[in-house]
Design a protein around this ligand. Structure first.
Ligand SMILES: [Fe+2]
Ligand SMILES: [Fe+2]
Length: 211
């Protein structure tokens, strides 16, 4: 996963410089550049394009997801065994509130209203986390080891979403929106890394000792 995260970051950085689509090779770049020109020339046309509609729909989807994650992190924090993991969940809950605010800015930047659209993927991932709480013993390290994996599934979902949306924003000429989406992408990647660190420092080893 670390490789995928780096790929996202690298392609985002190079895309900012050229504003052409660095993720699709040379073949697609002239087409993409043309769509950036259209976006500048005719804003109305851009706002009704299928890609713009998809972009807005995907933003609504992740806006729903971030709000659902705030609630889920509260439950995971309560259920966690160690102070380290409780703190990590609390920190990320605060960060997730910022992600919601940032998405509201993105909607504003592209003249759209923030709306939530039910995201089945995140609902499933969160349900899985709730199952883990039910099926592991309270106060056990096994619960923490399992909760970390559940939380990382959430982060990886977000990394995939923000990585793709930031690239689309660059392609469509929404540079300010792209910057905000990339900022959140970076924070999701950092959180994923921190969770791995916590697991590998002691939680996984202690869980392995449990009967
Ligand atoms: Fe987030
Ligand atoms: Fe996150």
């Amino acid at each position: 996963m670390a490789t995928k995260s780096l790929d996202n970051k690298n392609s985002s950085t190079s895309g900012t410089d050229t504003s052409s689509a660095s993720t699709t090779g040379a073949e697609g770049s002239s087409k993409k550049l043309a769509s950036v020109d259209n976006a500048t020339v005719d804003k109305n046309e851009m706002n009704s394009s299928p890609l713009h509609k998809f972009f807005v729909s995907a933003l609504k989807d992740v806006y729903y997801a971030e709000n659902a994650i705030i609630e889920a992190l509260g439950k995971m924090q309560e259920a966690a065994t160690t102070d380290e993991l409780k703190e990590a969940f609390e920190d990320h809950q605060l960060l997730t509130q910022k992600h919601v605010k940032r998405l509201e800015k993105v909607f504003k930047l592209i003249n759209e209203t923030p709306e939530q659209k039910e995201c089945k993927a995140i609902k499933g991932i969160i349900e899985e986390g709730e199952e883990i709480i039910k099926s592991t013993e309270e106060g056990s390290m096994t619960r923490d080891a399992a909760l970390i994996i559940a939380a990382q599934k959430v982060e990886h979902y977000e990394i995939a979403t923000y990585g793709g949306l930031a690239q689309l924003a660059i392609t469509m000429g929404h540079d300010k929106a792209a910057d905000l989406l990339e900022k959140t992408l970076q924070e999701e990647e950092d959180t994923d890394y921190e969770l791995t660190e916590i697991a590998e420092t002691f939680i996984n080893f202690d869980a392995e000792q449990e009967d």
